[in-house]
Design a protein. Structure first.
Lengths: 299, 124
């Protein structure tokens, strides 16, 4: 991914102030922002938040929305932030802990919600006779769109070693009967695959890491195609992970990321899926999907 | 006797391994690269490549840049290049064609499908 190769814009969270909006009865938002090192100013209501932003938006590094803000209020406020304060990143508490960055300023969350794929897993891997996987990464999609439960799930706890400067670990569980090129899931199958293919590494964790990276890459690619059919150009980064609990919110030219905290035997990590989108303002920009998975076109 | 050398360029170990097995079972020899820069280097070292399989999204150098570079090499001005990618929009495919690729296949794909396309490219 191009964004992956270029220098990312990293927030310096030291001595920065966050605006926390909403009553946040359980202090989920407040606690997480403070844990990240922000000084936090709270606005109990959206009206209060708008007033604070009008008076001193330049003082805030980001805006956090508490879970109690209603959907309609949420959307109107997001549109206000998009129109009047496009420079401000927006985050919300994630279900499984940590924070998730909300959608790009130019994106209507309602549009994404209506555009989510109905049955991604079965459509993507119809010949994949995998059983009992669990897709934790789906939990990261807090606002804008979410995934339905899958009859078969892929558990991804972390991902290691594919990207410079990022360290984590991966564990895949499930039973596999067959699969397509590059897609296998269970340790037992990985062992058989290693024997069949005489793969250089015999470390199950390393093989699982490699597979998790490729599988999530393919899921991201499929999502891009699904959104393109609906007229949305969506930039999806492959999941990357940040080591440890003191993480940095990542943005690249305003592109936010959705994050989920995960716990593994090797420590706590976060799964991060970067999401940015733009509606095609240029008629020459195509969102036409040309090929389905497994298909080929010769030029 | 080998049917020829194929260069497989993908940053994912398993994809390269599966492609290698599929191609070797079909009688090809395989050389691998895990990013576009190494892919260009391998192409410079192997004048007689029958085919190049190229991923798009890779670290260091991506597939499109790699293809453009390889097309500048005299021995590979006409070497068949098949892109293997998760991307599937017309826009991306146009970029691939403009870079010099001869085909585009969307992951995931079966080994049988891969060989079917490889055979078609061989016959061109």
């Amino acid at each position: 991914m191009e964004w992956f190769e270029s220098a990312e814009s990293t927030l310096d969270i030291l001595q920065q102030t966050a605006l926390a909006v909403g009553s946040d009865a359980e202090d989920a938002l407040l606690g997480r922002l403070e844990k990240l090192g922000f000084d936090v100013i709270s606005a109990r209501t959206i009206t209060e938040a708008r007033e604070l932003l009008a008076a001193r938006a330049e003082d805030f590094a980001l805006v956090g929305l508490a879970a109690d803000v209603s959907d309609e209020e949420h959307l109107r406020f997001l549109e206000h932030l998009r129109d009047d304060h496009p420079e401000l990143p927006v985050v919300a508490p994630a279900k499984s802990g940590g924070l998730c960055a909300l959608t790009d300023q130019s994106l209507n969350p309602t549009l994404l919600t209506s555009a989510r794929p109905a049955n991604l897993w079965d459509d993507l891997y119809p010949e994949w006779l995998v059983r009992r996987f669990e897709l934790n990464v789906a939990d990261t999609l807090e606002l804008g769109f979410g995934w339905e439960s899958f009859p078969r799930h892929l558990r991804i706890k972390a991902n290691r070693g594919r990207h410079d400067g990022v360290i984590a670990a991966v564990h895949l569980t499930g039973e596999v009967v067959g699969g397509r090129v590059g897609l296998y899931g269970a340790h037992a199958v990985l062992d058989r695959l290693a024997a069949d293919l005489k793969l250089g590494t015999t470390n199950p964790a390393e093989r699982a890491v490699d597979l998790a990276g490729e599988i999530t890459n393919q899921i991201a690619g499929r999502l891009k195609g699904d959104f393109a059919r609906r007229g949305l150009l969506v930039q999806l980064g492959v999941p990357i992970l940040v080591e440890g609990t003191d993480m940095t919110l990542r943005f690249r030219e305003g592109q936010p990321s959705l994050m989920q905290q995960v716990s593994t035997d090797l420590g706590d990590f976060s799964v991060e899926l970067c999401l940015g989108s733009r509606l095609p303002a240029d008629p020459s920009v195509s969102t036409d999907v040309a090929l389905e998975c497994g298909e080929c076109e010769l030029f | 006797m080998s049917k020829g050398m194929v260069l497989v360029v993908d940053d994912n170990n398993t994809i390269r391994a599966m492609a290698r097995k599929t191609l070797e079972d079909a009688g090809f020899s395989v050389v691998e690269a895990q990013n576009g820069a190494i892919g260009v280097s391998q192409a410079k070292s192997n004048d007689q490549l029958k085919l190049i399989l190229a991923d798009i999204n890779m670290p260091v150098m991506g597939g499109l840049d790699m293809i453009r570079n390889i097309r500048q090499l005299a021995p590979h001005a006409r070497t068949p290049i098949l892109i293997l990618s998760t991307e599937n929009t017309k826009e991306m495919m146009s970029q691939g064609k403009a870079a010099g690729a001869n085909g585009w296949m969307v992951k995931p794909f079966s080994p049988e499908k891969l060989m079917s396309v490889v055979n078609k490219l061989e016959q061109r």
